[in-house]
Design a protein around this ligand. Sequence first.
Ligand code: NCD
Length: 304
Amino acid sequence: MRSLINILDLSVQELDELIAIANDIIANPGKYSEICRGKKLATLFFEPSTRTRLSFEAAMYELGGNVLTVAGADSSSAAKGESIADTAKTVSCYADIIAMRHPKEGAPLVAAMNASIPVINAGDGGHNHPTQTLADLLTIHREKGRLSDLTIGLCGDLKFGRTVHSLIEAMARYEGIRFVLISPDELKLPGYVRQGVLEKEGIPYAETGDLEGALPELDILYMTRVQRERFFNEEDYLRLKDSYILTPEKLAGARADLAIMHPLPRVNEISVAIDQDPRACYFKQVLNGKYMRMALILRLLEVL
Ligand code: NCD
């Protein structure tokens, strides 16, 4: 039995296999529609979510399985003071696999150590979000035809943006990857990713505050929301929230084959006028996330 807590829990070969399974699901959905019959996914979400929870649930239904859900700390025994360990042991009695989102970094790891079924980290605080990375990898692969030789711009809240941390960890393992880190000074990438991944692995990267200046060299632009819920005071959030707003005018210098990505939810970072641009990939990312979660569930349940 295995869990997915950090994207590095999956080898590059396993990532490639998940992408291949997801592409096969897209091509032949009927083949998979009953494959998880009788299996149950429990979604335990102690933080807000639309896409991640619903895409896990849609994924399980499309595999013919069932879903048990706890949405919101207020409606579960966590509100009575139950520990994550006890919740994980309890849910192991009802379900075959757990997807957990929690505001505390490391909570899904604690759940995995105590559950007798696989646990998937669906986002832990400002730390990691490996299944968003699976959605991102399938999107990059389908849009670009490769996961190597890419210049990737990451823009916005690189400090608290957990999707950015997991995406860097994943992409750093492919050949010819270069990152351009675009953020205000206060929201720069944390040291554990900069030193622990980029410098340790010798991955080329540049840091800048200038989105327009960086755009012309990018193959991928990954925009992010400023993570209001992780700020210690509202004043700082209000000062920083509109640091970057991508508009059609700003895209003037960008490549014709740029892929514009965003894990969503979007607040102000991308003007809705860009939604019509063929380079906008963020709603494709949403759909790809469902297929990758289907592939992941199949692998962790050892159905495939
Ligand atoms: C992201 C998250 O929860 O970290 N959302 C998502 O799962 N697609 C990004 C965000 O909330 O900004």
